[in-house]
Design a protein around this ligand. Structure first.
Ligand SMILES: [Fe+2]
Ligand SMILES: [Fe+2]
Length: 251
């Protein structure tokens, strides 16, 4: 008798590899996380996996969040260490005399990179924030992604040296980035997106530590914190905050 495993057995094994146990609870990894780790298969099998209790609710591996979390709670308890880049960008914007609205834009410009996804971070970040901030803030955050690749001598913005090093000297942006840049260039809020780029570029100083407390007032005045807690509200982006709060829920 052959010991070879059938397709459904193999598929089940594959599913098992994508789950981890936490005590008695199964923990699932979202497909996008697997793809980001280069994991893809064209197996045709389908398996529900073991019908065991699965994580649904607060994630015991992560810091506990208050019942009604605020943006600052997410900053402190979920955002990654690169949040210092956001804090330093905002501090620089403040030093350069930008409006409070633009300080907030700088404070949140890479929110997707430190909380959700790196690809298309300007677009994801804008969507996360749209229900809670002025439209100009999210427009600028969305467009900074494209503008970063295009110099503007009138304000002394050059193509970032870091990009040449990271992406190669001959890197060409995708068509949609060029398209959005062209659109942004003639927009009434062009300078707002450009200001994010200007205050972004130099905001990596390992010797400076800025804290979120420095921006409590700016957030209080310009971020519409839902009374029921960010994610507990029913805005079109609430689910993104809930996912960030409980990123390994089974469904
Ligand atoms: Fe960015
Ligand atoms: Fe940035």
């Amino acid at each position: 008798m052959s010991n070879a495993k059938g397709p459904s057995e193999l598929a089940e094994e594959h599913e098992f590899q994508q789950m981890r146990e936490l005590g008695a609870l199964m923990i699932y990894r979202s497909h996008i996380n697997k793809l980001a780790d280069g994991e893809w298969t064209d197996d045709t099998g389908f398996s529900l996996g073991p019908l065991k209790p699965s994580l649904m609710g607060e994630d015991p591996r992560l810091p506990a969040m208050p019942e009604k979390p605020t943006l600052i709670d997410f900053f402190n308890l979920r955002f990654g260490p690169s949040k210092q880049h956001l804090l330093q960008s905002a501090a620089l914007a403040q030093k350069n005399g930008l409006s409070e609205k633009m300080v907030l834009a700088c404070l949140l410009h890479d929110v997707s990179v430190i909380a959700l996804f790196r690809p298309d971070h300007g677009y994801w970040g804008a969507q996360m924030l749209e229900p809670y901030v002025d439209e100009e803030v999210t427009w600028a955050i969305r467009m900074h992604q494209a503008l970063r690749f295009f110099p503007d001598e009138s304000v002394g913005y050059e193509y970032p040296e870091a990009y040449a090093k990271r992406f190669g000297a001959d890197y060409q942006v995708e068509d949609y980035i060029r398209r959005d840049y062209e659109e942004a260039r003639n927009h009434k809020w062009y300078m707002s997106a450009r200001m994010i780029c200007l205050n972004d570029l130099y905001a990596f100083d390992p010797d400076t530590v800025v804290t979120i407390d420095d921006f409590e007032d700016v957030i209080g005045r310009h971020f519409k914190q839902p009374a029921e807690g960010l994610g507990n509200d029913n805005s079109p982006a609430a689910h993104m905050w809930r996912t960030l709060r409980r990123p390994a829920n089974a469904l």
